[in-house]
Design a protein around this ligand. Structure first.
Ligand SMILES: Nc1ncnc2c1ncn2[C@@H]1O[C@H](COP(=O)(O)OP(=O)(O)O)[C@@H](O)[C@H]1O
Ligand SMILES: CC(C)(COP(=O)(O)O)[C@@H](O)C(=O)NCCC(=O)O
Length: 257
């Protein structure tokens, strides 16, 4: 039986068709495309038309409802009998206990990433960092108690807002310079956006987490963060983290049948 797992973010759609031959694991690199590209829907349809027939589908969506509706239409056209499930956060599921006062507020992707991290590191204090359109940093204690989290602009969004609201700050270019302080405009911009993200993770860990704390990272901007954070923490990059969380939900529902 083929199960389709889909993570609809604010920039990209990531997915995996799970079959016996292609199980979804922590080593899976999901397929991906940007829903800001002009022909994204055609590309998605073409890719999915070549895939095995999906019997059921698990979706995390934080993008605009229009994007979800268009994807839903593709699913129903290509896989008419497919049963779709949409993830929403809840206070307690499996070992994960959410700190959010109103769990439904939490982005389904963040929630799925926390569930995915439970399947990898429930026995450790850990941060889950998603470096996507926004950067989110969540803390989870050994055993699954979530302590809360942060939401900040991604490095791209920091650069975009400075570019948009100033006359002289360029959108692109520059190096992250960690050995010496930046001495030109583009390096100053690139390094600041990077250190703001790394600094937020360090501050979060220092203020709220016990001393020994691992880091699980996902999202398009993971690499630069991982390079820096791995000086002080054990860091894993898991591109399929959100999909893995969806899979924990699918497995628990299967157990109930
Ligand atoms: N190699 C990469 N592949 C895809 N996106 C990347 C890559 N490097 C950086 N990015 C950036 O990562 C962001 C998308 O990451 P992603 O985790 O898919 O975000 P979201 O879940 O919010 O859609 C974009 O800002 C994109 O420019
Ligand atoms: C924080 C987010 C914008 C991150 O989205 P992403 O960068 O993955 O596209 C998304 O998880 C969201 O809309 N969250 C709702 C608010 C919350 O989680 O508290």
């Amino acid at each position: 039986m083929t199960i389709l797992f889909i993570d609809i973010g604010n920039t990209r759609i990531k997915w995996h068709f799970e079959t016996e031959a292609q199980p979804l694991t922590a080593n899976t690199t999901p397929s991906a495309l940007s829903h800001h590209d002009t022909h994204w829907l055609d590309e998605l349809q073409n890719a999915w038309a070549k895939a095995p027939f999906a019997k059921s589908c698990y979706i995390s969506n934080v993008a605009h409802i229009n994007v979800l509706q268009q994807i839903d239409d593709v699913i129903h056209r290509l896989f008419p009998s497919c049963v779709t499930h949409r993830l929403t956060a809840q206070k307690q599921r499996h070992t994960l206990q959410l700190a959010y006062e109103h769990p439904a507020q939490m982005g389904a992707d963040r929630y799925a990433q926390l569930l995915g991290a439970q399947s990898l590191a429930a026995d450790k204090n850990h941060l889950v960092i998603s470096a996507g359109t926004a950067t989110t940093i969540d803390g989870v204690l050994t055993g699954g108690q979530h302590i809360g989290g942060l939401i900040l602009p991604s490095v791209d969004l920091m650069r975009k807002s400075l570019h948009e609201y100033t006359a002289k700050l360029p959108l692109e270019g520059g190096q992250i310079t960690l050995e010496r302080a930046p001495s030109n405009t583009t390096d100053a911009l690139a390094t600041a956006a990077h250190l703001a993200s790394v600094g937020a993770a360090h501050e979060f860990a220092a203020r709220y987490m016990p001393d020994d704390c691992d880091i699980i990272l996902c999202g398009g901007h993971s690499d630069d963060l991982a390079r820096d954070l791995s000086r002080t923490h054990s860091v894993q990059i898991i591109p399929s983290l959100c999909l893995l969380g969806l899979k924990t939900v699918q497995l628990s529902e299967q157990d109930k049948l």
